[in-house]
Ligand binder design. Structure first.
Ligand SMILES: Nc1nc2c(ncn2[C@@H]2O[C@H](COP(=O)(O)OP(=O)(O)OP(=O)(O)O)[C@@H](O)[C@H]2O)c(=O)[nH]1
Length: 167
């Protein structure tokens, strides 16, 4: 059975450029004539490409402009973007350039410690290394299951002798 991989894709662009129409046409197979400004909407679709299946989670956003601050949910855990402009609006074309810059700037904080450095330090202690983010809920379960497993492993190898395990 093929593995279904999850993909989150965010559609960005100026107001009324056709973001919703694109998403709706792709997911529902029809064109919407009317215009109803989007607050935020999500679509789900299983996409099969060759032997691979993807669970596509499309986020249709409210239109942005050059002053918009992109929320965290448009940055974190996102696998890809569709930047949309209208051929009848030069301004909407300029907006996607500014959105592209914003996506590259991220959220201001730059990394000062590389994962490799953490790994090296942990290795020098004989400890396990995991890089986690509570905000992104990345490895938060893994850290605590790993420390419990490690405690059990150390307990088993030393009988009932009590030792502290370092993560
Ligand atoms: N002619 C034409 N009109 C389109 C096309 N795509 C969208 N429209 C029309 O443009 C208008 C705006 O489309 P939407 O898809 O709502 O645009 P949007 O970018 O989602 O708008 P916001 O929610 O305000 O950001 C609607 O009246 C659509 O019918 C297209 O490819 N060609």
């Amino acid at each position: 059975m093929p593995l279904v991989r999850y993909r989150k894709v965010v559609i960005l662009g100026y107001r009324s450029v056709g973001k919703t129409s694109l998403a709706h046409q792709f997911v529902e197979g029809e064109f919407l004539e009317g215009y109803d400004p989007t607050v935020e909407n999500t679509y789900s679709k299983i996409v099969t490409l060759g032997k691979d299946e993807f669970h596509l989670h499309l986020v249709d956003t409210a239109g942005q402009d050059e002053y918009s601050i992109l929320p965290y949910s448009f940055i974190i855990g996102v696998h890809g973007y569709v930047l949309v402009y209208s051929v009848t609006s030069l301004h909407s074309f300029q907006v996607i350039e500014s959105l592209y810059q914003k996506l590259h700037e991220g959220h201001g904080k730059t990394r000062e410690v590389q994962a490799d450095e953490g790994k090296k330090l942990a290795e020098s202690w004989g400890a396990t290394f995991m890089e986690s983010s509570a905000r992104e809920n990345q490895l938060t379960q893994g850290i605590f299951t790993k420390v419990i497993q490690e405690i059990a492993r150390v307990e088993n190898s030393y009988g009932q002798e009590r030792r502290c395990q370092l993560m």
